[in-house]
Design a protein around this ligand. Structure first.
Ligand code: G3I
Length: 337
């Protein structure tokens, strides 16, 4: 089937290939463009209408090797820690956006978009919040935190992880115990999404979690029911982030079923924190292919650039080695795109 070329395709294929294709001799589609010529992750992903991102700590922006790879390869940035509550509001109503602002201005200067991570999370939460036991106080503290942070970055964030890791790992499919659930009840998730939407109606609002890639797990089903309920009642939710911290076997075999079932609810799906123990090329390629198989899979973010940058660096789970060299998994990803 011949499909009209988009701008990226034209740029990547060049005029000669386009003439051949239009004459019917060769049939390229935009879906093959990334694989034809692109030499970076970002360009290859753009060729198939996706982004390719990474987590970035502000402290590494001054590392020339690090920044060189970042700006060559990646089109989306997630601050690794700088937008979390313990950094942004370490004491009540005293906000500190300095470290995250550094990352946002780097992204602006290099044509990269931003994922905001994260507004409401039980972890990296300062003690002054986790100690609140009065519902009215906690509701007003949570809403003020969301409104102030989202307003500060209004118009600069492609997608927010509004609520992170709220579901339990105990097989119950229920929300985990946290100050938010325990003091506010399960409705805190909806409250957070409505508050974020009011502060920046244009940003995509995501629910983000780990171990929700296997369609058969109770945790996946719990999140699915939450998203289905939100969509049926018009609660503003636009996307689900699948963190995708995998063991060396890579994604579960039904990952694409999970992604397409969520997408069928009317949300984008994103791979938000991908890393794979020992980075087997096939496991990375399978993960990318799972995303590519779902049209609403908007993009992939890896959780760090070089193995030495990783939160699980002992497992060497990333696409670049400690010296900034491309690993075999890098080439597997580029080919899969
Ligand atoms: O900034 C302090 C520093 O002042 C102090 O000297 C040092 C001593 O340990 O700690 C530093 O803070 C560390 C922080 O990263 C910044 O480097 C924390 O101890 C450390 O716990 C924290 O780890 C982060 C972790 O989230 C915390 O939960 C990782 O960098 C970050 O990659 C990781 O990211 C999470 C996602 O946000 C959510 N999903 C899981 C993912 C991996 O755990």
């Amino acid at each position: 089937m011949f499909r009209p070329f988009n701008g990226w395709t034209r740029q990547l294929l060049g005029p000669a290939a386009i003439m051949l294709a239009m004459a019917g001799t060769v049939t390229f589609t935009s879906a093959t463009a990334g694989a034809v010529n692109a030499t970076t992750l970002g360009a290859a992903a753009a060729g198939v209408g996706r982004y390719f991102g990474t987590a970035v700590p502000a402290g590494k922006l001054g590392d020339a090797q690090y920044a060189g790879i970042l700006d060559r390869e990646f089109t989306m940035i997630t601050p690794e820690n700088e937008m979390k509550w313990d950094t942004t509001e370490p004491s009540r109503n005293h906000f500190n956006f300095g470290p995250a602002d550094q990352i946002v201005s780097h992204a602006n200067a290099h044509n990269q978009r931003m994922r905001g991570h994260t507004l409401v999370w039980h972890s990296q939460l300062p003690g002054w919040v986790s100690g609140i036991n009065d519902a009215n106080t906690l509701r007003s503290v949570m809403d003020n935190h969301i409104t102030t942070e989202v307003t500060h970055y209004r118009g600069k964030i492609y997608a927010w992880d509004v609520v992170n890791e709220a579901f339990a790992d105990d097989g119950s499919g229920q929300l985990r115990s946290s100050v938010f659930r325990n003091v506010l009840g399960t409705g805190f998730v909806e409250e957070a999404f409505r508050t974020a939407h009011a502060a920046d109606p244009a940003a995509k609002l995501c629910y983000n979690d780990y171990s929700i890639e296997d369609w058969n797990s109770a945790k996946t089903q719990g999140v699915y029911k939450l998203v289905r309920d939100f969509k049926s009642r018009g609660v503003p939710i636009d996307c689900v982030g699948f963190q995708s911290h995998f063991g060396n076997g890579g994604p579960p075999s039904n990952f694409r079923t999970t992604l397409s079932n969520f997408a069928a609810l009317g949300v984008d799906v994103q791979l938000t924190e991908l890393d794979i123990a020992s980075a087997p090329p096939t496991a990375y390629a399978n993960t990318v292919k799972d995303c590519m198989s779902v049209s609403r899979c908007a993009g992939i973010t890896v959780w760090g650039i070089r193995d030495s940058d990783s939160w699980r660096s002992g497992e060497s789970p990333l696409l670049f080695d400690r010296n900034g060299n491309k690993k075999p998994a890098y080439n597997a990803v580029l080919t899969a795109l």
